[in-house]
Structures are given as C-alpha cells and as structure tokens.
Design a protein around this ligand. Structure first.
Ligand code: ZN
Length: 369
C-alpha cells in the first residue's frame, strides 16, 4: 500500500475510533491507527478548538504536540481526545529561564566561566540535583493530572544555541557546559577521577584539564547526566500512566557534524536514549540551518540506522532567524524528505504559521489525500 493510501486509510479508521474514544471517558487514549504520524506543535491557547480540529482533520494531522500551558488549561487534552487527536505534552527540561531567575546558583557554566546564556537560550546545570528532582516531579504530576497520550521531552541536553550553528561552523569546547564546582565534584565521584587542585581553580582550568586529560570519561559522564534523567522519569511515567508514549526532541546533528557534536556538545547519546523512548524526533529545521530540504531525509536515515524506535522528523513551516522566506517549494520538498522511508511521520513546527498559509496547507492536504 502506498503511503498516500495508508494515510487515507488511517484517516478513515481514526474517524471511527474518535467516536469510540469519545465514549470512553477522560482516561482513555486517543488511539491512532498505524500509518505515518502527522503531528503539529502548538504552544498558545486556541479559542475555538472545534474549528482547529476540523482544520487538522482536513490536513490529515492526527497528533498535537502541545505546550505545558496548553495542557494545564485542562480543556485541550480532553477536547483533542474527543476529536480523535492524540496529544503529547512538550516538557522542556534543562531550559528554564524562570527557574534561573529565582535560583541564580543553578546556572550551567561554560569553560569560559560564563553563565550558559546565548540570547533566549538559558540552561540549568544538569547535575543540580534539586532541580532535576523538581523538574521530574512536575513532569510526572502533569502526566497524572492532565493525562495526555504522551510526553515529548524537550531541551533534554546540554547548552548550545544550535539553531545558530552553520553547516561549516565550529563549536569551541570552552563554550560547552557545565564546569561548575557541583559538576566537577559529581564527576570526580561518579567517574572515580581525582582532579588536581589547580584544575579546579576555575571553570577554564577545569575545562582545559578535563578536555585535555579525561575527555572520553568527561564526555561519557556528561551525556550520562542527560540519559539518567530520561531513564528515571520514563520509568516513573510508565508506572503512573501505563501505555504513555515517550518522544524525545533531538538536536539534528549526526556523528560527523561538529566533531561528534551531538555527544561532545549536546550530550545526547541517541544509542542510549532511544531504547528508553517510543519515538525520537530530530528538529530538522533545514531552512533555519542553511541546509537543503533533502538534508531532512539524510538526518532521518542516519538516525534511523542507529535506533530501533520510529523516527519522527520535525520540520519548520516558516523561516526563523533569517530574512529569506521559506518558500512553499522548499516546504513541499522538506515534507517529502521528512515522509520518505524510514521516517515514521512528520511533526510540523508550528501551527500559527501553517494556519496563516493557505498554499502550505494545500501542500499538506494534498499529501493527506
Ligand atoms: Zn554544573
């Protein structure tokens, strides 16, 4: 069966399931039939959800990736379920400007001794135990209270403003994180490494010593901070909400990008993370990153070769961080690349620009038909 036909069949099955799910009450899940998952990210309150879901049905969109604010509204998740739309709540982890404003001791620190801040990107130290626990408790309580179908774990990584890194860019190790005293002590303890006193005199001294003398242990340990948070939260999530689906947002870098930047900089060890999840979703924002649309397919294929779970590339609808428009031709080509095997679907980022663009909606609707 072609993917077009599968998608249409999926729509028909969903229409039937929506009625069943609607009768099932608040705790049931919006079961979506097999076929590509067609998702969309939406962050802000939507005044008329009935109209929204009608639009999404027309476009073949079956899954909403919603902000915590939208989930906390209390009305969106049940309304989506009633309409046969599956919901994942996007839960940011180590990006948290509000927390940092109230807890200045919690900043991640770069090898230059600077706070992990670049424009709007502000990161908490990933070994700050009180924060790790508080964030885990919040995500789990949200899951228990709002009962979405899934969690879409975002900013589950170390600090970097990756949206700004060009294909030929380079990331200085001194700009990576976190070299705060809390991390150094935890690293010494966990990795069984004793750092010379001089290497602990400053973040720069620590970074130079760690990256020079213990780079493999350091890199593995700091990726472990990311993996272990996911491990603990996912285990608890599956206990409090059996059947919950877990998606992980990934920085769209392969092994050959930025000297293995996905681990060395970002700290996302996909081979360790993927087995904990039901989906992985690389943010394939090709236009933003000065890549061609076909690059979306290359990232998806490379990732799929390393993981056993479905890969859901996320693609942008409109230009960001640059003036050149993201044309409908670029969008159509990126969508084709995103849906090509072995992809398990696509997640559009985001609804407002798609809602305002009839031509791009037509491209999505045509793909759905
Ligand atoms: Zn730290």
């Amino acid at each position: 069966m072609s993917s077009h036909a599968r998608w249409s069949t999926c729509r028909l099955l969903m229409a039937g399931l929506a009625a069943v799910v609607g009768l099932g009450g608040g705790a049931s899940r919006a079961e979506v039939a097999a076929g590509p998952l067609i998702g969309i990210k939406v962050y802000d309150p939507v005044p008329d959800t009935a109209a929204l879901f009608r639009d999404w049905k027309r476009l073949g969109i079956d899954t909403a990736f919603i902000s915590t604010a939208l989930a906390e509204s209390g009305t969106f998740v049940p309304a989506a379920r009633q309409a046969g739309i599956r919901t994942f709540v996007i839960t940011p982890v180590f990006f948290n400007p509000e927390y940092l404003a109230a807890h200045p001791d919690a900043w991640a620190i770069t090898g230059r001794g600077a706070k992990a801040k670049d424009d709007w990107v502000e990161f908490v130290c990933p070994s700050h135990e009180a924060y790790r626990q508080e964030r885990a408790r919040y995500v789990l309580s949200l899951l228990e209270r709002r009962r979405p179908d899934g969690l879409s774990i975002d900013f589950i990584r170390h600090f970097v403003f990756w949206e700004m890194v060009r294909p030929d860019g380079r990331i200085d190790p001194l700009d990576t994180t976190c070299f705060c005293p809390r991390c150094l002590a935890r690293f010494e303890n966990d990795a069984g490494v004793v750092m010379p006193v001089a290497a602990k005199a400053s973040p720069r001294a620590a970074a130079e010593w760690l990256l020079g003398q213990q780079s493999e242990k350091w890199t593995r340990w700091r990726a472990g901070l990311i993996t272990s948070w996911v491990e603990e939260v996912v285990r608890e999530a599956r206990r409090v909400a059996p059947g919950v689906k877990i998606n992980l947002h990934l920085v769209p870098w392969g092994d050959s990008d930025y000297e293995n930047g996905s681990i060395r900089v970002v700290g996302q060890d996909v081979r360790a993370l993927a087995p904990l999840a039901d989906f992985v979703s690389p943010m394939c924002y090709a236009h933003m990153l000065h890549r061609d649309p076909a690059w979306v397919g290359r990232v998806t294929r490379e990732l799929a070769a390393h993981v056993a779970v479905p890969v859901l590339p996320s693609i942008e609808v409109k230009e960001s961080y640059r003036k050149e428009p993201l044309t409908k031709e670029f969008f159509a080509a990126a969508l084709e690349a995103a849906l090509a095997p072995p992809s398990a679907g696509v997640v559009f980022w985001s609804w407002p620009p798609l809602s305002e663009d009839a031509a791009k909606q037509e491209i999505v609707a045509r793909r759905a038909r």
